[in-house]
Ligand binder design. Sequence first.
Ligand code: TXA
Ligand code: MG
Length: 348
Amino acid sequence: METKVKILDINNIDYEIIKEAALVIKNGGLVVFPTETVYGLGADATNEKAVNNIFKAKGRPQDNPLIVHVGSFDMIPSLVKEIPPAAKKIMDRFFPGPITVIMEKSDLVPKVTSAGLSTVGIRMPENIIARELIRKAGVPVAAPSANTSGLPSPTEVKRCVEDLDGRVDYILGGGKCDYGLESTVIDCSVYPPVILRPGRVTLEELREIDKSIYIDSGLTAGNERPKAPGMKYKHYAPKAKVKIIQGSMQKTVEKINEIVQNYRDDKSKVGIMATDETKDLYKQGRVISLGSRNDEETIGSNLFETLRTLDDLKVDLILSESFEESGIGIAIMNRLKKSAGFDIIKAD
Ligand code: TXA
Ligand code: MG
C-alpha cells in the first residue's frame, strides 16, 4: 500500500489537506493524525472492515477495544445508551482534552470496535487538526495510538512513519504532541467511576468533580488483571531492556553508576534516562535528560520519545530514574513500569 505523508504547520494549517485526509476516513481508509496526547491511527468507528484494518496495521490483539474519538458534543449521544451524571460532569469539565470516558455503548458501535464489550470509550481531542479531521469526516473515529502494538506510543510523526509506512493510507503530521502520555481512561459505566489508565487529567483533578473516584488497584501491581484490556499486554516497551532505579536522588545516581561500571566492556550500550538535576553526575553510558524534576509535564511529554531515541542509539539496557507517584507522576510511573516489565531495583 502506498502511504501518503503530509506534514501540517500547526500555526498555519492547510485545511485542504485535512479535507483530503477526512475523505480517506469517510471512504473506509486508515489515517494517522496528531492529538495532544500521542499520534492516533484512525478509521471510521462504525465501519467494521475499516476498524479491522486498524488491528491488522498495528498487529493489535482483537480483544483490545478502541477509543472512539468525536469532533463535537453532538456526536456523543448516538454512540452511547445513556450518559450517566458523573460522565456528563467529567465531559463538561474536560472535553475537549486528554481524557476518555467509558459508557454503555449503543448499537451504532460495532463489536470489533469495542472488542465485544458492552461499553465504549469516548474521547474528544483538544488538538485542532484532530478535531477538524473528525468533523470533516463526519463520522466518529476509532483510533488507538499509531505505533506497532507493544512499542512506545509515538509523539513525533517520524515514529509513525517508521512503524506504519506502507500499512496505512495517509499519515498526517502536525508537530510534537503536547502531553506525550495517552489520555486518562475513566470507566463511568459503573459508579463510582474508576480510572483504568492514569493520564494527564489527574486523580486529584477528577476528585474535584466526585470524591468517590478512585484508581483501579490492578494498575499498580504487575500480576493483577487490569480492567482495561490493553493494560494487560506488554506495552510501551523499546527493544532494549528497561530497569527502573528507585530511591533517594543520591542513592539512585550511585546505583546507576555502579550498574554501568559493572556492565560489560562497552558502556555505550547502556542508556540512562536522567533528569536535569542529575544528568552531569553520570560519567559513562548514553545519558538523556527527560527534563527537570520540577516540571513533570515536560518529563511526561519526553518519556516515549526518549525510549525510542535510546533504541536508535542501539543501547541494550536502559536505566531510568523514578518519579514520585502523585499528580502526573502516577501516569509517568505507570508507563515507565510497564515499559520495564515491572523490573524495579531499590537503590536504598
Ligand atoms: O490518548 C489516547 O487515548 C490515544 C489517542 C490516539 O487518542 N489513544 C490510545 O488508544 O491510547 P489505545 O488503543 O492505544 O489505548 C486505549 C486503552 C487500552 O488500554 C484499551 O484497553 C482501553 O483504553 N479501552 C478502550 N475502550 C475500553 C473499554 N470500553 N473498556 C475498558 N477499556 C477500554
Ligand atoms: Mg496504545
